[in-house]
Design a protein around this ligand. Structure first.
Ligand code: PHE
Length: 478
């Protein structure tokens, strides 16, 4: 027997508890994956990057990179049964690998903290919009009024800061209560409700004249428009050059939306019951996540086109489009309130997974109480979040930008386009090359058949190669 298999005989267990069932694990992971990434970010980056071709690249990244790396990340988590930092340490020992691999756990903790800082601010916007929708502010409003309301909202830093603070407190409360405390139950009802509500919105979008235009934008790829950046020279000649940037954004988003590359899925995997199939759970999680993103796109773009709005409006896109629909449809005040409420819940169940790796580590290594660990991490992320709050008002001017990016843009770019793909790359390499085959087969509960061989091929060669190519191309190395 090889080392990996020997070690399997003494199974680890998590000191933080375990999900009550395989189904609950899937729900929790879907809770982490489905969030602002699907409903807020996917539509606006699709709008900014020209539509169809971008969506296609995103879907290819999900299938060829997202699926195998999610399997790898859950596998590492369940094998290590601790916070990502300690999981990586233990696995390094099991496999007698180079200690530098433990940095993967650290990278994840830092990335999660950086993401949470801005995630909470945007979730705060959604929270504010629950009350705005409930007050009837959207009823019969025109696109201009809605846009003006949003601009007015963003320009008042103190109120945005207050919503950011409320959301951060909500996140700390749940994380402080631990794996089973409350959220499991909430997710069971809220995620399906969100799904149904998205269907209602798509139904509304179908009634608009621009429905097919919206679908066209999303699903008919026009590679030239997306991957060639054209400029007219002084002599009046149009010059186009290939740009890898949209591909990097699509790749980064595949990681972001599936919560991959920073230990969130790893730590959730560490609470997964031993008898559950990792591959099957992965397919369910990925399918749910992708469906929600595509539905959100199908609801939003018809509204954009039928109101003559800008698809490339940026981070405000859903706040400037969906309220128009709520303002115009029967029962819109009710549906609008419910929608933003569910969006807050979706963001909530994602936010907790962003600090769980850090909290689990503080509890394991520093004997901290869960409550103190959650408060510490939450407060730190809250402070950094102030930078994002101000990116949309006081610090939005060019004199406060670096490389033409605000603090929010920089955090988003650094985390989604650089840190998550790098984290994912190393997770793939560790699971594919460092971990012994017997150990990965054992943990995946797979024989050496087609399924395992396909995964192994993807995680060893295809995903790392694709991530590396896109990544180095976009940062200008190849
Ligand atoms: N997947 C979440 C979303 O789409 C965000 C997230 C990223 C959560 C990374 C955890 C880790 O909103």
């Amino acid at each position: 027997m090889t080392r990996g298999a020997d070690l399997m005989t003494e199974k680890r267990s998590s000191i933080h508890g375990q999900w009550s069932s395989r189904f609950i694990f899937i729900l929790a992971a879907v809770g982490s994956a489905v969030g602002l990434g699907n409903i807020w970010k996917f539509p606006y980056i699709t709008g900014e990057n020209g539509g169809g071709a971008f969506v296609l690249v995103y879907l290819v990244c999900i299938a060829l990179i997202g699926v195998p790396i999610m399997i790898a990340e859950i596998l590492l988590g369940r094998r290590g049964r601790q916070s990502p930092i300690n999981t990586m340490r233990s696995l390094v020992q099991d496999e007698q690998a180079h200690p530098a691999w433990s940095l993967l756990g650290w990278g994840g903790v830092i990335t999660g903290f950086l993401i949470l800082s801005y995630y909470s601010v945007i979730a705060g916007w959604a929270l504010a919009y629950v009350f705005r929708a409930a007050s009837g502010a959207f009823n019969g409003a025109t696109a201009e009024t809605i846009a003006a309301q949003f601009d007015g909202f963003l320009s008042a830093p103190l109120s945005v800061l207050a919503w950011h603070s409320i959301f951060m407190v909500m996140t700390m409360v749940v994380v402080a209560r631990g794996v089973r405390g409350g959220l499991e139950k909430a997710v069971t009802f809220l995620m399906p409700a969100l799904f149904v509500l998205l269907l209602v919105l798509v139904g509304y979008a179908m009634s608009l004249g621009a429905f097919s235009e919206g679908l066209d934008f999303l699903f008919s790829p026009n590679f030239e428009k997306v991957f060639y950046h054209c400029e007219v020279t002084a002599a009046g000649v149009e010059q186009c050059r290939f740009t890898g940037e949209p591909m990097l954004v699509a790749l980064g988003h595949a990681f972001f939306t599936l919560s991959l590359g920073m230990g969130a899925i790893m730590v959730y995997g560490s609470y997964m019951p031993a008898n559950a199939s990792i591959a099957r759970a992965t397919f369910a999680i990925v399918a749910a996540d992708t469906a929600v993103a595509l539905l959100a796109g199908m609801a939003i773009f018809p509204i954009v086109f039928s109101n003559g709005l800008e698809a490339a409006a940026g981070p405000g896109l859903i706040f400037q489009t969906l309220p128009i629909a709520f303002g115009a449809m029967p029962g819109g005040q009710f549906f609008g309130t419910l929608f933003f409420l569910l969006l807050v819940f979706a963001a909530w169940s994602s936010a907790i997974s962003l600090i769980e790796p850090a909290v689990a580590w503080l509890v394991e290594n520093h004997g901290m109480k869960r409550v103190s660990a959650a408060v510490l991490m939450g407060v730190l992320a809250w402070i950094l979040g102030i930078g994002t709050v101000l990116s949309f008002n006081l610090l939005s001017g060019e004199e406060f930008q670096l490389f033409g990016k605000t603090i929010f843009d920089l955090l988003d770019y650094l985390t989604a386009n650089i840190l998550l793909p790098l984290g994912g790359l190393f997770i793939a390499l560790f699971a594919g090359w460092i971990m012994s085959r017997s150990a990965s087969m054992d943990e995946l509960r797979m024989r050496d058949g087609m399924g395992y061989k396909t995964w192994s091929l993807l995680v060893r060669y295809i995903s790392p190669l694709l991530v590396a190519i896109v990544f180095f191309n976009a940062i200008g190395i190849i």
